[in-house]
Design a protein around this ligand. Sequence first.
Ligand SMILES: Nc1ncnc2c1ncn2[C@@H]1O[C@H](COP(=O)(O)OP(=O)(O)OP(=O)(O)O)[C@@H](O)[C@H]1O
Ligand SMILES: [Mg+2]
Length: 324
Amino acid sequence: MSATVLDDAQPARSDFEWAVETHGLTKRFGDNVAVNGVDLRVPRGCAFGYLGPNGAGKTTLIRVLLGLTHADAGTMSMLGHEVPRHRDLALARVGAIVDEPRFHGHLTGRQNLEILAAAREPAARGRIAASLERVGMSQRADDRVAKYSMGMRQRLGVAACLLGDPQLLILDEPMNGLDPAGMHEMRDMIKSLVDEGRTVMLSSHLLDEVERTCDAVAIVDRGNVIRQGSIAELLAGSDVEVHVVCSSSQRAQTILTSALSGARIDVEGEELTIHLPAGTDRDVIAEINRQLVHDGIDVYHLQQIQVSLESWFLSVTSRLGESE
Ligand SMILES: Nc1ncnc2c1ncn2[C@@H]1O[C@H](COP(=O)(O)OP(=O)(O)OP(=O)(O)O)[C@@H](O)[C@H]1O
Ligand SMILES: [Mg+2]
């Protein structure tokens, strides 16, 4: 009865903007603030990376979202449903893997899914075959899980999530324990789930993986979200790096230091690395060349470098004196 009342009060929603939204979300363990006033906005229909070093509070945030532990402060919603108030409605369309997926090793993959489906709505049972197919496990579905590799267990975990036909998948460190081929498969699988219109939120400490897999990211350190947005946006906000190889690098450094305000210039042998602030106009790069040639320095090589999210992430954390 109470489910009916809830349904009437708040039916499945399609008008929400964010798949996950939190305001001031806080979780403490004694004096340790694992999640510190987090305002998170996960756009719908994308792969979103919750990226941070070990101990940053990634798993804790996910556990709070799923109701596995309570928040000390703040508000949150998933798929437009406020939680914990409407947790049942939200979780009906959320599939999650926190930590390593746990299965009965002495049963087959298919039998494990049958047990899980029995605990869900009647339609879940009818999705078993398609879910196994979807994660490429149909051939091995009747082998015992004890014989599965880590990658196969992860895939079975995703198949278990798909039993509920989720709009949102929350995966805690889905690349953990996978070899390069397994990571590649997981990445492709996440992309195809997003192509079907689902939202995938994953946590990771692997910056490179997030950059390759996700469309948008939040960078978290010591419980605080430092930045969030699309990867393209974050890169646009990153510093510009220009590499120059020239005939007199020391003299070039002196000349450019006085010519360019706000630039940091490192010299190594013949090569200069010029760090320019975010948003620097490309005319400045032409000016570097002009200035050097004007002062009689031969320029052999000049290149603007696309800063990877990884180096950007490291520069942000080290700027805060929090490099791990
Ligand atoms: N149940 C708990 N009791 C006490 N402290 C905890 C508990 N769970 C997590 N913590 C602490 O909260 C902080 C965040 O931990 P959390 O596991 O969320 O980090 P994480 O980002 O998932 O790290 P990892 O990359 O290692 O998985 C850490 O300082 C951790 O020691
Ligand atoms: Mg964790």
